[in-house]
Structures are given as C-alpha cells and as structure tokens.
Design a protein around this ligand. Structure first.
Ligand SMILES: [Zn+2]
Length: 136
C-alpha cells in the first residue's frame, strides 16, 4: 500500500494507515483504508478544500479558527458504486473514464452509490474517512 501525499499552501500532508483516525464504513465490503489510498494515488483530479466543522480534531484538539467555534479541516470527496454492497468502481478510478453510469446500471454492474468524504486535520494531518449511502 502506498501513502498519499499532497501539498496545501506551504504544508505537505501525508495520508497513511498509521495516521488514519477512523473509517466509518458500515455497508461496503472490499472498501478500506488501503482502497482509499490507492484511489487517491490514481485519481487525476484530487483536490482538497478547506471546510469548517463544529467539532475539533480528536487527536490534537487544535485547529480552531480564530475566536470562532469552528475548526478547519481539509476535505475531499468522491463517489463509489457498489453491487450487493461490494465495492465496484469510484468516480476517480481511471476505469471510470471509459464507462457511463447509465450502462453500468443497465448492465446491472452496480445497484447503489455512496459518497466517500476524506477529512484531514489541517494542524496535525490526522485524517478520517466517512462512507455514506447516497443516491446519485
Ligand atoms: Zn489534529
């Protein structure tokens, strides 16, 4: 498994199994930290943006934005498709460029979709993965 590195402003972040706080995935089989790192490495247009949350990073308890009660995280999300709860494909997989959603559904290769959110603490780089069912 390879780690995923990216630069945001002047800081370099490295996502790896060691500094992954949790993966919240109750439904999708064959989809874990390693799959996510692999997808991020292969994805061509991965880009993180700043998002504000009302709870702090559990790891460093830091990251507070000035005097507000919001906390800064870097976030990126993409979608994945599943068949009988097994991971099939994501919107950042290179293979995704070659197929259409309509044909995947028509050929019964997929029957559900989920949104995957990656949250990275802007201070300590601890990250987390949330997987939630969502209709596309
Ligand atoms: Zn942190």
């Amino acid at each position: 498994m390879s780690n995923y590195k990216f630069q945001y402003e002047d800081k370099e972040f490295e996502l790896k199994e060691d500094n992954c706080d949790y993966i919240n995935n109750e439904e999708v089989e064959n989809f874990n930290i390693s799959t996510v790192l692999d997808l991020l490495n292969k994805g061509e247009e991965v880009g993180f943006t700043v998002e504000y949350y009302d709870s702090c990073c559990e790891e460093c308890k830091f990251n507070r934005k000035d005097d507000t009660k919001f906390f800064e995280f870097l976030e990126y999300h993409f979608y994945i498709f599943t068949k009988e709860n097994n991971y099939v494909l994501s919107t950042i997989s290179p293979e995704y460029q070659e197929v259409t959603l309509t044909s995947l559904v028509r050929d019964k290769k997929i029957d559900n979709s989920h949104i995957v959110s990656i949250l990275v603490c802007k201070n300590c780089g601890t990250w987390a993965i949330e997987v939630e069912q969502c209709d596309m």
